[in-house]
Ligand binder design. Sequence first.
Ligand SMILES: C[C@H](O)[C@H](O)CC(=O)C(=O)O
Ligand code: MG
Length: 393
Amino acid sequence: MTRAHTIKAVRAYTVTGGGADYHDQSSGHWIDDHIATPMSVYPQYAQSRQSFGINVLGTLMVEIEADDGTIGFAVSTGGELGAWIVEKHLARFLEGAAVTDIERIWDQMYKSTLFYGRRGIVLNTISAVDLALYDLLGRLRQEPVYALLGGPVRDELTFYATGARPDKAKELGFIGGKLPLHYGPADGEEGMLKNLELLADMRSTVGENFWLMYDCWMSLDLDYATRLAHRASEYGLKWIEEALIPDDYWGYQKLKQAVPKDVLVTTGEHEATRWGFRQLLEMNAADIIQPDVGWCGGITELIKISALADAHGAMVVPHGSSVYSYHFVITRTNSPFAEFLMMHPTAEEVVPMFSPMLLNEPVPHNGKLKLPDTPGFGVEFNPEVERQRPFMH
Ligand SMILES: C[C@H](O)[C@H](O)CC(=O)C(=O)O
Ligand SMILES: [Mg+2]
């Protein structure tokens, strides 16, 4: 980049059907098959998360064009609401600014939306803009984002897999398998036994040394989570993830004290910003924090969250987010491995996480991935995927 490029235009699009809103899958997919959630206490919403609206947002795609016509882009969960926020509110902080004004732009996006933001959809949207800016900067400098972040600290990424088939994940070379929890407090002792049976079955198939984890998607209370962790530790449970609702920092603090020493407490995929994670870290409420770079405030904020975690001796293993987390994880010593979310309908094969939305989306082979040195995040938006621009400024 020989001179400071400026931003000519910002555009926001919506896309449906998988992609960044990875819960937006066709029926029969493992990701929507009786997974325990906070809504499971209402029987009519226990079978399907789509029934209570887990996929209402859809994907938000943000495109940022520089004065020379170079375009950077990123996708996150946000759909029409996110597109409105970008077009009607955030674009003003970008257009005409230098592409390198990333820190100032983040600060203005965050402070100007405080009266209706702070987390959730607004932070998803700020994240998508921030990721698109990093993609643009990488393309202009002809460097991968991981180089902009200080360069890799290891040669390749190592992955665990999230999905219904940890046994297949082991065959595919992953270091561990994270199962969705199917039953919560509303299903009583019978549900607890079914949860443990599945874990026991998987343990007998994968053997002793393969990691097995439970993803509880905010569905439990402290008492149930504590009992589950103790009983599951008999089957070598490595961690219990997102057991409680994200606002219950006090519950996480107690849970961390109550679980057996060999079971880690992890959480954070629905947490956002340095302040949210500061709360978890200062309360010593998690062993591993799991920010989603598409939801927590983007790369600009993840850098701060990660530094804070490092100072507290906590690991950062970002939630999902495909290339957007991979470029970060490879640059941080306190992010020793990454998550791969299995988007194959029965979790038996490796398919790109944001499929079919991105072209050149890298996937692990034998549980490992050497990131290419393609500029930006190294992916293109698939022109065959239909996108809409619902608002314009
Ligand atoms: C499987 C989980 O319920 C959720 O869909 C994904 C998740 O929380 C994770 O990958 O972590
Ligand atoms: Mg999770």
